[in-house]
Design a protein around this ligand. Sequence first.
Ligand SMILES: [Ca+2]
Length: 187
Amino acid sequence: MDVHRTGPGDLNIDLVAPDGSVYPLQQARGDGTAEIHELYQVDASSEQSNGTWKLRVTSIGTGGSISGWDLRFPWFDNWTETQIPDLGTAESPVVVGSARTGNAPQATRVYVDIHHSWRGDLQLDLIAPDGRVYPLRAAAAKDSGDTIHENYVVDARASLPKGTWKLRAKDTAQGNSGSISGWMLTL
Ligand SMILES: [Ca+2]
């Protein structure tokens, strides 16, 4: 959530489910904080996910704006450090064993945390349980950065969610190496 406040008053911030249930996220007091950048976790397991969710901001004595927000349904992650050998390939798995029905979402989200002495060596792909390959990032020989902290959105409707998903990092050039620190998959 990214909310900006223009004055010193209070903001009450709630998540409203499609059926109208209200989940309070924050009661921001007039502490002078102008920008609220926060990630909140709520237990919404009694809700149907289908429908319109709302972020509701009630201001008391101040103005402001909602610059942006997003809603993430359960994510799967793997924060075991995985070495990516020079000119080699590494895979980091997550297991989705849920009772989810239907296909993976049109907006399947991946967050990647990689450290590498020349990140342009790397080609990143998401591998679905059925073996389908969803490209995330192409190798770029001139890209000398050393971290990848990036979000990707892929249309994974061709795959079913249940099973083992993998982040695959392929090192395509000699001389530098690194590791996958972790990654997250949001279905
Ligand atoms: Ca390399």
